[in-house]
Design a protein around this ligand. Structure first.
Ligand SMILES: [Zn+2]
Ligand SMILES: [Zn+2]
Length: 320
């Protein structure tokens, strides 16, 4: 089969290798689509020992298995099912979680990927292949972050910093969860414009503005600082963005108030059904995010467009 190898410096080589061997407790998924994620820009730059790709939808190809022939998403944390976190339903917080698919194990930029059975999220027939990956990082991650925020307050308005895929997903999810006023901060005009077309308001450059709920999805330190300052007293600031650094200045706008900080990672499997409902009811809006589909041979070029900010949520598609 064909698979992508990330060599670093933006280079992606397509190699031919054996299909994954059958393994107990696992099934092989023939990959239908795998969406690009901003977190993979590190992998693109540095190279990676396994095949990346962690927003995967595929078809189970395991004759004799109960799910053979069915379409499924791959939930990336390999969870154990018996630790206290898993039994409480927090599969994304599994105490025995070692690997993440596409990070420590081979992922979805290949024709076939091996997936632990407990990580299969079967896909209903009405969800098309190309929209399915949005149920993971683009809907699942911000929806979980917003549900965490709702433990603190149910009152908006909401401010979202960063209009990458997670931020744009958050714009839609926040409105769907009943927050009618969503303000979006994003330095790149065309990305901000996309957010506005999805119903957000442009976040005003007003040093005194405060929001009961702030979601930071860019991972940029300056935005993290602003997120802390923007959070209203008794409000909640949710960090979704990733980076290797964390540099915050505890100035007056941060120090002199009571507020909550939430860090949110991915989402628990139990939220999958609710997330399906989010995709179904605003399908046309989510559709706008999938702005390119390429075969594996087009992945290197697509990643360079994605890295430059020219693409929203493009994907490798086996039918492209
Ligand atoms: Zn991701
Ligand atoms: Zn566990």
């Amino acid at each position: 089969m064909q698979a992508a190898r990330f060599l670093g410096q933006g280079r992606i080589e397509i190699i031919t290798r054996d299909r994954p061997a059958a393994r107990s407790g696992h099934v092989r998924l023939d990959v239908l689509a795998c969406a690009l994620c901003g977190s993979e820009l590190r992998v693109l730059k540095n190279g990676w020992p396994v095949t990346p790709g962690h927003e995967i939808v595929g078809r189970v190809n395991e004759p004799g298995h109960a799910g053979h022939g069915r379409r499924a998403l791959a939930y990336i944390p390999v969870w154990c099912g018996h630790c206290p976190r898993c039994t409480a339903g927090d599969t994304h917080l599994c105490e025995n979680m070692g690997d993440l698919l596409g990070w420590q194990r081979d992922g979805g930029y290949a024709e076939c990927v091996l997936v632990p059975e407990q990580c299969l999220l079967y896909l209903p027939d009405d969800i098309p292949d190309h929209l399915a990956p949005l149920l993971l990082d683009t809907i699942g991650t911000p929806a979980h972050g917003l549900r965490l925020a709702q433990r603190v307050t149910n009152h908006g308005p909401v401010a979202i910093l960063g209009a990458g895929p997670i931020g744009l997903g958050a714009v839609l999810v926040a409105q769907q969860l009943g927050f009618s006023e969503v303000h979006l901060g994003e330095p790149r005009a065309h990305r901000l414009q996309t957010g506005l077309s999805l119903g957000a308001l442009a976040l005003a450059d007003n040093a005194a503005a405060r929001f009961p709920i702030v979601l930071e999805s860019s991972g940029v330190d300056a935005a993290r600082q602003r997120a802390l300052e923007l959070t209203a007293p008794n409000g909640v600031c949710v960090f979704l963005g990733e980076s290797d650094t964390w540099q915050i200045t505890e100035n007056r706008a941060v120090r002199r108030k009571d507020f909550f900080i939430a860090r949110s990672f991915y989402f628990p499997i139990r939220e999958y059904t609710q997330n399906l409902a989010l995709l179904r009811t605003h399908r046309a809006q989510y559709e706008q995010l999938v702005d390119a589909q390429v075969p594996l041979s087009g992945l290197e070029k697509l990643f360079s467009e994605f890295a430059s900010g020219a693409r929203l949520k493009p994907q490798f598609s086996s039918s492209a």
